[in-house]
Design a protein around this ligand. Structure first.
Ligand SMILES: *Cc1c(COP(=O)(O)O)cnc(C)c1O
Length: 369
């Protein structure tokens, strides 16, 4: 499949649900949008596998489609999963509330305590699931130990690499079996589509792709086109967002109105050493607490002019939220407390606006609290 179709510099959109039969063998080879094999899928899947250093990759209709389809391919009735105790809300809910319907058990592990993982292992443990940087506290789990543990115990290792993006981290390079993405975030980067991806060994991707054909979480060709276009600027955006977020985190850390700043790129951060070893940049996500808790947080956000008070992340527009009210509203008070998510915690997704402008805006909002 030549990506330069008839010499076109941009990949055209093949808006055709079905294609003429040319002797394809087997159901999964029939060319049909749901089977993830139109020209737009083929070119995009190859691009995704290249940037993750994967044998193969496949795009899905959302990050959640990538996550649920992968887990339901790997896990069967009677299996057991080990999952990091602080995960993206949708993933956490799927693992803790839905998997039991399929007869699949789970236990939650502390990403910082590799010594405790062995005791959670069961004869039926099939896989371990973690995130590269957790939301909203920006924790970096001991990822090298996760890989070592999985290889040692012969279980499959999965990582959600959304927060780092393949520019800052390529999990397959350190031995993870599957790297998953919400392409809604950095990969597309423009806050205008929802998409996901799974990257790994060809054999495993093929199995997940067949499951996707059954569950139906396929991306449509026009959105494939948009994602491919967004990805053209991924490296530039990431580099800028890494730099901008670091500057903003350093600015926040020095302010008297701020209680704590969570950003793995700060030398004072608990995860700095680990993150510097693993990642080539620390990403655009910061969380912090302002003195005075939730009322101050609300007041601060209202006084900002540039960041938009909206969920989601990783795009060119700077977005800000209070996780306990939005992304993590589904957790009970005790779950939030256990994960360390206070009611006044603010999460900032740094976009590509001028860094000086963002800092000036934050500065004026803090000064008027
Ligand atoms: C947003 C997100 C998801 C879910 O992705 P969707 O594209 O919204 O389905 C999964 N994991 C992480 C870390 C996310 O930020």
């Amino acid at each position: 499949m030549d990506p330069r179709v008839l010499g076109a510099v941009s990949m055209p959109v093949f808006q055709s649900s079905t294609f003429e039969y040319t002797g394809e063998i087997g159901y999964n080879s029939i060319r049909y949008i749901r089977l993830n094999n139109t020209p737009n899928h083929i070119v995009l899947n190859r691009k995704l596998s290249e940037i993750e250093n994967a044998e193969a990759a496949m795009v899905t209709s959302s990050g959640m489609a990538a996550i649920t389809t992968s887990l339901l391919t790997i896990l069967s009735k009677g299996d057991h999963l080990l999952a990091q105790n602080s995960l993206y809300g949708g993933t956490f809910d799927f693992i803790t509330k839905d998997l039991s319907q399929y007869g699949i058990e789970y236990d939650l592990i502390d990403g910082d305590s590799p010594d405790s993982w062995e005791s959670m292992l069961k004869p039926n443990t099939k896989a371990v699931y973690v995130e590269s940087i957790t939301n909203p506290l920006m924790q970096v789990c001991d990822l090298k130990s996760v890989v070592r543990f999985a290889k040692d115990k012969k279980i499959i290792s999965l990582i959600d690499n959304t927060f780092t993006s393949p520019v800052n981290f390529k999990p397959l390079d350190i031995g993870f079996d599957l790297s998953l993405h919400s392409c809604t975030k950095y990969l597309n980067g423009h806050n205008d589509i929802v998409a996901g991806a799974v990257c790994g060994k060809a054999e495993m991707i093929e199995k997940i792709s067949h499951k996707l054909g059954h569950l139906g979480g396929t991306l449509d060709p026009h959105t494939c086109f948009l994602l491919q276009r967004g990805m053209k600027t991924l490296a530039l955006r990431m580099r800028y967002q890494n730099e901008s977020a670091l500057e903003i985190a350093e600015f926040l850390r020095k302010r008297k109105e701020i209680e704590t700043v969570n950003y793995p790129g700060l030398t004072s951060n608990k995860y700095y050493k680990r993150a510097s070893e693993l990642f080539s940049g620390f990403g655009g996500m910061i969380s912090f607490e302002i003195k005075g808790g939730e009322p101050s947080a609300e007041k601060f956000i209202k006084k900002l002019t540039l960041p938009i008070y909206a969920p989601s992340l990783g795009g060119v527009e700077t977005l800000i939220i209070i996780p306990s009210k939005t992304s993590h509203a589904g957790l009970s008070e005790s779950e939030k407390k256990a994960q360390g998510i206070s009611s006044g915690l603010i999460r900032l997704s740094v976009g590509i606006e001028n860094t000086r402008d963002l800092i000036e805006d934050i500065d004026q909002a803090l000064s008027r609290l």
